[in-house]
Write a protein that binds this ligand. Structure first.
Ligand code: BV8
Length: 280
């Protein structure tokens, strides 16, 4: 139970950030990043598969791993934790989500203003092999469809961006850009790859300016994402953390609510913002 003065303080917060990791999707049946290694994938270390080197070495293996994960997501539904974030967004003046997840479940729960730090399973982009690029092995032609480096010396002028967006992450051979033939890959940030600078900049500004950050279901082990909640703390925000396990943030949080997001978050939102009602 929260102290009444803390409830009042939380209720008066104007600029809220919800920072989420794989744990908020666990109760939708999607394994957390480190638990993704179930069944045939149990022999792969995720960091070895989610990397440029892995795709360069065996694009089909990496493609199939993401097809495997996308199947979990396509069969999943947003859970009451995702829905509670959407409810909270209707209760406060300004709420943004900063997520490490690639499953699109916040958006499917109706939440707006979602920053996907690590990309999305539901967007594809051209695979640009920086080794080839720097070795000068790549044509200088930039494809007007995928913004990649055309591997042939011309790009199909009749191809369209709609042709590219019609290609999905599905079982089968790794697809190629309809314009230039470049291999396509999930628009996801792999280990060793930089995050999208605009998205990271937006997330950093939110951390510096929010008055409340709720950190849900992240092990806070991957950088630079893990620095966002800490940055908000340093900027003076109130920090609430929800996780069944303590993390490196827990001792710095104003409140650490130990438990599952789908159970704790709806009750927390109702207690602070709804006086026990189910909507604002
Ligand atoms: C970069 C997309 C620089 C892919 C992901 C040493 C060597 C090499 C690199 C590094 C190094 N030290 C630091 C780095 C950087 C590296 C890094 O941080 N490595 C770690 C492992 C040490 N970071 C990077 O490489 C990043 N890029 O640094 O680039 C650069 C700059 C310029 C130019 C070139 C390069 C890129 C990192 C992004 C990697 N991609 N995802 C994919 O998904 O396939 S990371 C992936 O793991 C997730 O997206 C997530 O971000 C991360 C951690 O996962 P979590 O979401 O936290 O999930 P996890 O399973 O860990 O934990 C789940 C939590 O939920 C647990 O706490 C659990 O208790 C809790 N939970 C469980 N059930 C519930 C629950 N909570 C609530 N309710 C429940 N029911």
């Amino acid at each position: 139970m929260l102290e009444s003065d803390l409830i009042e303080k939380l209720h008066d917060c104007q600029k809220v950030v919800v920072f989420t990791g794989a744990g908020i999707s666990a109760e939708s049946g999607i394994p957390t990043f480190r638990d993704a290694q179930t069944g045939l994938w149990s022999k792969f270390n995720p960091q070895d598969v989610a990397s440029t080197e892995a795709f360069r070495k065996n694009p089909q293996l990496v493609w199939d791993w993401y097809v495997h994960r996308a199947e979990f997501v396509r069969n999943a539904e947003p859970n009451s934790g995702h829905k509670a974030v959407s409810t909270l967004q209707a209760c406060v003046a300004d709420l943004s989500v900063i997520t490490q997840n690639i499953d699109n479940l916040h958006q499917r729960a109706g939440t707006r203003n979602v920053l996907e730090l690590h990309g999305s399973l539901f967007r594809l982009k051209a695979f640009v092999d920086t080794d080839e690029l720097f070795a000068g092995d790549t044509s200088p032609i930039i494809c007007h469809i995928c913004d990649g480096y055309a591997i042939f010396d011309e790009c199909d002028p009749y191809a369209s961006k709609e042709d590219l967006s019609a290609i999905e992450l599905r079982a089968g051979p790794v697809p190629r850009c309809p314009g230039c033939g470049a291999l396509l890959r999930p628009d996801i940030v792999w280990f060793g790859e930089p995050l999208d600078i605009d998205i990271l900049d937006s997330a950093t500004r939110l951390a510096d300016s929010c008055d409340l950050l709720i950190c849900i279901g992240s092990s806070l082990e991957v950088q630079p994402a893990a620095s966002i909640p800490v940055r908000a703390k340093c900027a003076g925000a109130t920090i609430i953390e929800i996780n069944p396990e303590p993390t490196s943030l827990s001792s710095h949080a104003d409140v650490f609510l130990q438990g599952k997001a789908a159970e704790i978050l709806p009750a927390f939102v109702n207690m602070v913002w709804n006086n026990g009602e189910t909507s604002c």
